[in-house]
Design a protein around this ligand. Structure first.
Ligand code: 5RP
Length: 223
């Protein structure tokens, strides 16, 4: 199977997984990226089964609306049963690196609200140790140089993502060459740097369920 076919397979599996949990007033949290896009397309097939969605990016909001799925502001939502999103890397503890699509902050906020975080990923995202994929950090623009210097002090190799402005009007620094052996500690340490909005480690709020697409089918891993 191609990577695209694996993404479609896990997106389909996610819709099958959440469908029995949804009620007519349910709100579905929706992530960002190519795998999340596949999920949105399949979610549209069951749009009569839930009320609407909260999106983790402007791009996902537009795609949901194009399918006729109502999109709510997170502040108007009391409860969200599920959040479904992709990842750039996952380890066996379902700790993730996210933010390849620069939506990490909104993704982290929506994931924090959801009762259950379902991560969907093709098998290429599975790693022993996080950090092969450069860790995205969202930064207030005026703090760019300061945050870069502080990241160097942590032993990292920060690279400014040229031309990228997040939905929140901030910039992204990608942290290269960092073997993340203690994801929770690294997530906390980077978030302590003044000027950092958040970083793409989802360790404090890891996924609850991983649907991972492999050649022989979609494997469900729960914590
Ligand atoms: C966006 C993300 C995405 O979930 C992550 O980059 C994976 O994307 P894709 O499904 O396209 O591989 O975190 O900020």
């Amino acid at each position: 199977m191609t990577q695209d076919e694996l993404k479609k397979a896990v997106a389909r599996a996610a819709v099958d997984y959440i469908k029995p949990k949804l009620e007519s007033d349910s709100i579905v949290g929706v992530g960002t990226g190519s795998t999340a896009n596949c999920f949105i397309d399949y979610l549209a097939e069951i749009k009569g089964h839930f009320d609407g969605a909260v999106a983790s990016s402007e791009a996902s909001a537009e795609r949901l609306k194009s399918h006729g799925i109502p999109v709510y502001d997170l502040n108007s939502v009391d409860r969200m049963e599920v959040y479904v999103d992709g990842a750039d890397e996952t380890n066996a503890d379902l700790e993730l690196i996210k933010g390849g699509g620069a939506a990490l902050t909104r993704e982290k906020i929506v994931a924090a609200v959801a009762d259950e975080f379902i991560c969907i990923a093709d098998g290429s995202k599975w790693v022993e140790t996080l950090g092969g994929f450069p860790l995205p950090v969202e930064v207030i623009p005026m703090a760019r140089s300061h945050v870069g210097r502080e990241l160097v002090k942590l032993g990292a190799d920060p690279v400014y993502r040229q031309g990228c402005v997040t939905d929140n009007g901030n910039i992204i620094i990608d942290v290269h060459n960092m073997k993340i052996t203690n994801p929770k500690a690294t997530e906390t340490a980077i978030n302590q740097i003044v000027g950092v909005v958040t970083n793409g480690l989802f360790a404090e709020r890891s996924a609850d369920v991983l649907l991972i697409g492999r050649e022989d089918g979609v494997e469900t891993i729960t914590k």
